[in-house]
Design a protein around this ligand. Structure first.
Ligand code: 5RP
Length: 272
């Protein structure tokens, strides 16, 4: 089997296993993530739908334009997050209107913190994850790591306002060891996190063949911020998010309940 096939096979087995475990007739509202691994989750959902094994009125909340297409192409019903029926606030778990969300990841650490946004959809992915009772990540073996930044070396995706992306880039690059000396760090936890970072380098994500910046589904730009290993994901997430003009950061600290990885040998690992 070629290397590419092995990666694709591991994405598929992780996605199928996660859908089979979490999406049955009792799931009424499902969040559908974005990316190439979620394509396999949608394939499995379409099969289950054909076999009448899903809730007859299942609503699927998309996280991107791609995700909405996957939902529709699988014969399922898409529904925007804000259009979900309001829950009884006294019911247990009523903060979350989505039963479960299945999404991909660029890297997942041993504590289930994740980097997302390789496909530029992390703003809507985070909104949907935060409204979910359970976030389940699916990925191939290359994404399974101990510390964020160890395997995903392309940087943390940060969605920013196009109005002042150069200024935001400079401010992001001032974080890290230098910011401590300049007294520009907002909290103690963030100061420690910043001290541990390599000097961040932020690059504007470019469309293929440098046709111009990538524009997100929300009309914003993406800066990929390389900063080495991230030992304190919640503090670094907060640190990045406090820069004015940052709309959302692709660090998902402690949001996931589970991560499923397809291994190189064909087995599946589930981290809880
Ligand atoms: C998009 C994402 C994707 O879920 C992430 O990039 C993983 O993608 P893939 O399954 O193609 O490896 O966060 O914003």
């Amino acid at each position: 089997m070629s290397a590419l096939n092995l990666v694709e096979q591991s994405k598929r087995s992780a996605a199928f296993a996660a859908v089979d475990k979490h999406v049955g007739p009792s799931v009424r509202v499902l969040g559908v993530g974005s990316g190439s691994t979620v394509v396999y989750a949608a394939e499995r959902l379409a099969e289950l739908k054909q076999q009448n094994k899903l809730h007859p009125d299942l609503l699927c909340v998309p996280t991107s334009f791609q995700s909405k297409q996957l939902i529709v192409d699988s014969g399922l019903r898409a529904c925007d997050l804000d259009d979900l029926p309001e829950l009884d606030p006294s019911a247990p778990g009523s903060f979350a209107s989505i039963d479960v969300t299945i999404d991909g990841a660029d890297e997942v650490d041993s504590e289930l913190n994740a980097i997302k946004g390789g496909g530029g959809a992390h703003l809507r992915e985070k909104l949907v994850a935060a409204a979910s009772r359970r976030l389940v990540l699916v990925a191939d073996y290359r994404k399974n790591s101990d510390v964020l930044g160890e395997k995903w070396t392309q940087g943390v995706p940060v969605e920013v306002s196009p109005l002042a992306w150069r200024t935001i880039k400079r401010q992001l690059e001032r974080l890290g060891p230098r910011s401590r000396a300049q007294g520009a760090v907002p909290t103690d936890a963030a100061a420690v996190a910043a001290f541990e970072l390599a000097h961040p380098v932020a690059s504007l994500r470019q469309a293929v063949r440098k046709a111009g910046p990538v524009v997100t589904d929300n009309g914003n730009f993406i800066l990929d911020v390389c900063m080495g290993k991230i030992y304190d994901p919640p503090a670094v997430e907060l640190l990045l998010k406090m820069v004015p003009g940052v709309i959302e950061v692709g660090i998902f600290s402690a949001m996931a309940a589970e991560a499923w990885f397809g291994n190189e040998d064909g087995s599946i690992a589930c981290r809880i």
